[in-house]
Design a protein. Structure first.
Length: 250
């Protein structure tokens, strides 16, 4: 993908901030347990920078764990929705590739669903600059669990119609070779109305840049397909959360 196409997809969420906030899944408590375990310190009281914070889905959960969070978000639409949801949380406009923050000022830097929009050759050194010695960089993604047959079939339809998956390739989410890190995969599910599932699906950049007609046609077909599988109109979404943690040397 070219840099311009990457930037277009990264900022496409601004056009669907309300949909994103209402339909996207959160994260299970076990994820934050794993973040603390791999980082070797609790979130409670920790100065935490949530980069690519979007509408604040992860920020809210970090605060509930007791973290002292500052959010960083590049998109105007997402930032406006964040401010409505979390008016008391500090929010700065910026990119992970050039964080507008002081050296050694954070205990944690987190990226929820967003590190793949950065250039790791720049964003990783920036994170290490802003982290205090011993601080932790935690990256995670909710990935639709392809081991579940109906989700695998949906992923195949996405590849057929759009040439890719909603979440991107696993290689897009990797730290550079040679970076010492710990990884964890966690599984969880949520039950949602079919409309919420389709709104969640449609909030991904794959749909937001495809054009309204193409997106609507796919989602209409998907509604008919899923009603055959879930005739009561409730979908059980299954996720694998991929977590990577690396620490700044103390």
């Amino acid at each position: 993908m070219t840099d311009s196409a990457q930037a277009r997809r990264a900022l496409s969420f601004d056009s669907a901030a309300d949909q994103y906030d209402s339909a996207r899944p959160g994260y299970p408590p076990a994820l934050f347990d794993a973040v603390e375990e791999l980082a070797g310190r609790p979130l409670t009281g920790a100065r935490t920078v949530d980069v690519g914070a979007g509408t604040g889905i992860a920020t809210r959960l970090l605060r509930e764990r007791g973290a002292r969070v500052t959010a960083v978000e590049p998109g105007a639409g997402m930032a406006a929705r964040f401010r409505r949801s979390l008016p008391g949380v500090p929010l700065v406009r910026g990119l992970g590739d050039a964080l507008p923050l002081a050296d050694a000022s954070a205990d944690f830097i987190t990226y929820a669903q967003s590190f793949h929009w950065t250039a790791p050759a720049r964003s990783l050194p920036e994170a290490l600059r802003v982290l205090r010695p011993g601080g932790a960089l935690a990256l995670w993604w909710n990935i639709a669990d392809g081991d579940v047959p109906w989700i695998a079939a949906q992923a195949e339809r996405l590849r057929r119609d759009f040439g890719g998956a909603a979440h991107g390739a696993r290689d897009d989410r990797a730290l550079p070779d040679g970076v010492p890190c710990a990884e964890r995969r966690l599984h969880w599910t949520r039950r949602v109305p079919l409309d919420t599932h389709l709104a969640n699906l449609g909030s991904h950049s794959l749909f937001l840049v495809a054009g309204k007609d193409a997106a609507r046609a796919f989602l209409d077909r998907e509604r008919a397909e899923l009603l055959r599988l879930f005739p009561d109109g409730t979908v059980e979404e299954a996720y694998a959360v991929d977590l990577t943690v690396t620490r700044r040397p103390g």
